[in-house]
Design a protein around this ligand. Sequence first.
Ligand SMILES: Nc1ncnc2c1ncn2[C@@H]1O[C@H](COP(=O)(O)OP(=O)(O)OP(=O)(O)O)[C@@H](O)[C@H]1O
Ligand SMILES: [Mg+2]
Length: 520
Amino acid sequence: MVLEKSNSQSPAARPEWLERYRFGLRVTEQGTIVSIGDGIARIQGLPSAAMEEILIFEDGSRALVFALERDMLSAILLAQGETLTAGSIAHLSGRRLSIPVGDNLLGRVIDPLGMPLDGGSAPECAGRQDLDVLSPPIVARDFVNEPLYTGNKIVDTLIPIGKGQRQLLIGDNGLGKSSLAIDTVINQRDKNVRCVYVLIGQKRSTVVGTVATLRQAGALGHTTVVVAEATVTPGLNYLAPFAGCAIAEAWMAQGQDTLVVYDDLTMHAQAYRELSLLLRRPPGREAYPGDIFYLHSRLLERSTRLAADHGGGSMTALPIVETREGEIAAYIPTNLISITDGQIYFDAALFAGGFLPAIDVTKSVSRIGGKAQHRRIAQEAGHMKLDYLQFLELEVFTRFGARLEASIEAKIKRGRLLRELLKQDRLSPLPVEFQMAWMVAYNAGLFDTVPSNQIAAVLDRLAQWVGGSGLSLDTKQDDWKRELRNLLTAHTQEHKGESHGARAIDEKSEGTVVDVRTRR
Ligand SMILES: Nc1ncnc2c1ncn2[C@@H]1O[C@H](COP(=O)(O)OP(=O)(O)OP(=O)(O)O)[C@@H](O)[C@H]1O
Ligand SMILES: [Mg+2]
């Protein structure tokens, strides 16, 4: 009766899927959980499962196929219902893991599966992106040729970063690695760079603190925070950086500039090690599985600068890695050093000596960022790094109390002045015109007469002045010098009385940083 009725309809009126529908046998596989625990399920009865395929359980829980054996597979649990237990039924979904992507993620805090963690509704995004995809081929890439400003004095002048570069932040715990990454994200305000901050295996207090800091600084509007707390399953910790990368990748494909922070990959390596040991994979060096290098290089290779005919977008990556006792030759740190395009090294002795940010210029490099630096900044920064390194070596002599040649003493004095100038508080990223201003003033010797206790005040004044000065990077050097000389002369006149009794910059007590370093 019904069939007759439908037959009488014209074919045009029937939906397309009905037209194509054919009755027939369909073979489906049904798996059963053999054992479950520690975020891992071992399942029998799914012989055609593929690696990284999503499994759906009868209670709606989901898992990701992670290891295939002869008659068993292991899957990492992504969402676990309370009733999931040995004997539960699993089906193949035929899909790979993907995450919603798009501008609606800006300002949101999400987990690695795209679920909201900020109390809001699930982000509505038109697009989805696979978590694990191939990195762009060489022909789709371009040279790193545009600077990405961090707002940090040392980095923007001496260790410059370009858009599409992968720059490692490395150092012991509590030395300011995350602070530099957060400052860099904050500095992308109004610069049309979309940011993704991935927190992996962090304490809840750190997560809350980071989100609050970004919000207060007005940086959440251009940022997505992807969070896998320390308490979630190792599977989610393992997926977090890939999720962050996929979100940035989708923007990059649209021609946008993006910045991704992985905070931190030590935790990521540990989560992967935990997963691998639970899956009984053979442990290698430091008990990490042998493919940990491949895992991190696969992740970081996806950061790049795309060629103009591929949209011209870019993904800059700031992976963070923690060292123990400054040991950069440990397994994960050396891996990451060799994968990235440079590193910013944080030193415990500098931190203890009050040199903040505690960036050790001697061990930090940027292999490709120099090419992307603005011509005028590169010119002013010119020999600054070499001179500074030379000064650090020379300063060691001053501890012997030997009488030094006048020329060496002058170099040491200039070096100490530079060290004072390079100090910077956290949460105060500075515009690139400011970097230009202090470097021109330093190179022209305009700070030489400023007493050490007034350096900070002079720099504050410089920072306030530079925005309204109308000067830009393309302004002639002579014009910069003239304006700066006027400003500094005015400052000296106003504070004439205060400088009385101030320590000169070259007194021995200024060498505290070096002293701490030697005691180590
Ligand atoms: N430039 C700075 N000026 C003043 N204080 C700073 C500066 N940079 C970092 N700090 C302080 O140093 C401490 C450690 O910073 P942060 O948490 O960024 O370090 P970390 O290396 O990320 O640590 P962890 O290894 O625990 O993640 C914080 O209390 C922070 O306020
Ligand atoms: Mg940190």
